[in-house]
Design a protein around this ligand. Structure first.
Ligand SMILES: Cc1cc2nc3c(=O)[nH]c(=O)nc-3n(C[C@H](O)[C@H](O)[C@H](O)COP(=O)(O)OP(=O)(O)OC[C@H]3O[C@@H](n4cnc5c(N)ncnc54)[C@H](O)[C@@H]3O)c2cc1C
Length: 430
């Protein structure tokens, strides 16, 4: 058993961990990152779209070397009911400007790239070792047990993802409740670059993001997602743990099959080859599931801190992970200057988060999880859209229905009071 001392130890070489390690190492701190996967990115999963603003703040020239798949230029929201799909597509030249740019990414490429940047800056990565225990002394954390080695540090950053068993062991975080987490299943389907562009109606380098409610989860709370990569398509489903077995009783692995087989999706992936299959939990409780963010000698960032927002029409976790990792590192650098790693000094992390988009957006959308937990969104709404548009577009020789009558009848079938209530809830939330 060997012993070593660092300025900072980061547990987890995902986006939060490597963003922190990059910031710390660049400032000259001796930083070790312990990652349980055989390589960074090996254990990680995302749907597929990175809102690039926080990566740009971390590394202004990121676009020159980062393994970005396609720049998202079209947004699609799809409501699926039976064999019907009602799609809203948003596409605007101005939307493609750099500010607010987002890209499809693959974690198997993005995470190693960011880890390499941190290594170049001087961080040391140890992969293939899981940290099961934190070392404590004088009422605070002073290091980690990594395999047979005892690694000491002034401060430890827990960037160990959604479970963060280490934060749970410290009492900083409660065990995950089923309504706070969703299970995501994803496939990456290989197609050649030209075929992807042609099928989605975009030029080379441009991409599409598509979020889907209804059929993929059999009406259970959750949805489908699809992102175009350079020469592949990432698609999958996400369903909240407490709704598994609900809806049409579709099993989680069958949800992806159901999604792929739907008439609106099948032609887009036809002839593709399965390249990757993965499943992962995602924290969806937002602001209300936030754990203690710091204690003596320790901080949490990224999914470990529950920094994710699912708004139905967009999904964000990676931008929060990168920014919170960077802000945790800024806090550590300040603590180093003051040679004070107490909870009181590390509370500066909370101040930085409060001043950033992280807390602002989490607080702004704090009631989103409750809104997204509304079953009508995944059942009645897709059916309503199908009924209205199916009626409007049908010309079969039968007497025409007045659009107003058609829409009125469809709305009444869902229940006007219910709709008004939901509308008010949505307005209140947004
Ligand atoms: C299905 C799905 C779809 C998503 N879609 C999107 C999207 O489109 N856009 C978006 O922005 N976000 C999306 N997210 C969320 C996003 O992927 C996460 O918020 C992001 O990955 C969090 O990064 P992280 O670094 O905090 O955690 P992770 O990426 O989970 O990294 C944690 C790291 O810690 C390591 N680790 C864990 N425990 C230990 C230990 N004890 N010892 C050593 N290492 C350990 C893990 O191996 C891992 O490398 C999605 C998530 C899922 C599951």
């Amino acid at each position: 058993m060997s012993e070593e001392k660092f300025d900072a130890i980061v547990v987890g070489g995902g986006l939060a961990g490597s963003a922190a390690a990059y910031t710390l190492a660049r400032a000259g701190l001796e930083t070790a990152v312990i990652e349980r996967g055989t390589a960074c990115g090996a254990k990680n999963m995302t749907g597929g779209r990175l809102y690039a603003h926080s990566l740009e703040r971390l590394m202004p020239d990121f676009a020159e070397t980062a393994p970005l798949e396609r720049r998202i230029v079209k947004e699609r929201i799809m409501l699926m009911s039976g064999s019907a799909a009602t799609t809203v597509e948003y596409d605007d030249e101005a939307f493609r400007e750099r500010a607010g740019a987002s890209y499809s990414v693959l974690r198997a490429k993005l995470d190693p790239w960011l880890a390499e940047r941190a290594e170049e800056a001087g961080a040391m990565y140890v992969t293939g070792i899981r940290v099961d225990k934190l070392l404590q002394k004088d009422g605070g954390v002073c290091g980690v047990v990594a395999g047979d080695d005892l690694l000491y540090a002034d401060v430890v950053l827990l960037a160990d993802g959604v479970h963060s068993l280490l934060a749970q062991k410290l009492g900083m975080k409660k065990a995950l409740a089923p309504h706070q987490v969703a299970v995501g299943v994803k496939e990456v389907i290989g197609l050649d670059e030209k075929t992807v562009s042609e099928r989605f109606g975009v030029c080379a380098g441009q991409g599409v993001a598509c979020l889907v409610a209804g059929r993929p989860t059999g009406g259970a709370v959750g949805g489908g997602f699809l992102y175009t990569n350079r020469d592949s398509i990432s698609l999958g489903t996400v369903v909240t743990l407490n709704h598994i077995g609900g809806g049409a009783g579709v099993k989680v692995p069958d949800m992806v099959e159901r999604f792929k087989a739907s008439p609106a999706i099948a032609p887009l992936i036809e002839g593709g080859t399965l390249l990757e299959y993965a499943a992962h939990l995602v924290p969806e409780g937002g602001y209300h599931m936030m754990p203690e963010l710091f204690w003596n000698g320790v901080l949490t960032a990224g999914d470990a801190a529950g920094f994710v927002i699912n708004m139905g029409y967009s999904f964000r976790g990676m931008d929060f992970a990168i920014e919170s990792g960077r802000l945790a590192a800024e806090t550590i650098l300040r603590a180093k200057r003051q040679n004070d790693f107490s909870a009181s000094c590390l509370s500066h992390y909370r101040t930085l988060l409060e001043q950033s988009f992280v807390m602002r957006d989490l607080r702004h959308y704090q009631n989103m999880p409750a809104l997204m937990d509304t079953r009508q969104i995944y059942n009645e709404f897709p059916a309503l859209a199908a009924e209205i548009f199916g009626g409007l577009f049908r010309v079969d020789g039968s007497p025409p229905k007045k659009p107003a009558k058609l829409i009125g009848a469809a709305l009444r079938s869902v229940g006007l009071t219910e709709l008004v209530k939901l509308g008010a809830k949505a307005l209140g939330t947004l």
